[in-house]
Design a binder for this molecule. Structure first.
Ligand SMILES: O=C(O)c1cc(=O)[nH]c(=O)n1[C@@H]1O[C@H](COP(=O)(O)O)[C@@H](O)[C@H]1O
Length: 233
């Protein structure tokens, strides 16, 4: 699988309603970026909104981070695939059987979405992991879950760019690394903890950069997106 010659930035459309999101999307073209629809926007705007973005020619990452019993997750990824999305995700901590069920459920589609798994959220550091009983360095936990994801037949993982180089070395090139926690130099960190700039992230092996607030909350979002694209061209 080659990840060259395609837009690297996945803009997180974390808007509170469909109108604000559409107003933002109207200034964009599909060759500038891909779009990510997450829990907030999906809860208010729903499947029709996702289909509308797909109809406008955008590749859509439906980020609902499924984490449930295998049968439920398998049916959920099928429902996502019927919307025509480009990528969908589950939580790797749902385990091998859940991930395999999701992958198998997509086999009936002619053009299935990429299926990736969230490893350790980019808002977490080792203290947060300790609190949930994981007395382990985030890198080690990400590596463990990424290996399990690969062994379960999925296309890649969501991780922070701080783990990208390690995953490339241990897992190889044929694995998609989607990295949120991306902050252009000088941007506010917000609630992200394991962060990197767009260029550093790609240099370390990221396939795609998930970027939300640094673009969507900017005075001139399109200008910021274009300057990020220029910085990684
Ligand atoms: O799955 C994700 O996209 C995701 C995983 C993760 O570990 N961290 C993370 O921030 N995200 C998402 O990436 C986006 C980051 O947004 P900003 O922090 O505004 O750039 C949000 O929509 C998060 O839901």
């Amino acid at each position: 699988m080659s990840y060259k010659n395609d837009p690297k930035v996945l803009v997180a459309l974390d808007f509170a309603d469909a109108d604000s999101a559409l107003q933002f999307v109207d200034g964009l073209q599909p060759d500038l970026c891909r779009l990510k629809v997450g829990k907030e926007l999906f809860a208010v705007a729903g499947p029709e909104f996702v289909k509308c973005l797909v109809g406008k020619g955008f590749d859509v990452f439906l980020d609902l981070k499924y984490h449930d019993i295998p049968n439920t997750v398998a049916k959920a990824v099928q429902a996502a695939a019927r919307l025509g999305v480009w990528m969908v995700n589950v939580h790797a901590s749902g385990g091998r059987k859940m991930m395999q069920a999701a992958k198998e459920a997509l086999q009936e589609f002619e053009n299935p979405p990429l299926l990736i798994a969230v490893t350790v959220l980019t808002s977490m550091d080792s203290e947060d992991l300790k609190e949930i009983g994981l007395d382990v360095d985030p890198q080690q936990q990400v590596l463990r879950l990424a290996k399990l994801t690969k062994a379960s037949g999925l296309d890649g993982v969501v991780c922070s760019a701080q783990e990208a180089a390690l995953l490339r070395k241990e897992i190889g090139d044929d694995f998609c690394l989607v990295t949120p926690g991306i902050r252009p130099q000088g941007s506010a960190t917000d609630d992200q903890k394991r962060i990197m700039t767009p260029k550093q992230a790609l240099d370390f092996g990221s396939s795609y950069l998930v970027i939300g607030r640094p673009i969507t909350k900017a005075q001139d979002p399109i200008e910021v997106l274009k300057s990020i694209n220029a910085s990684i061209a």
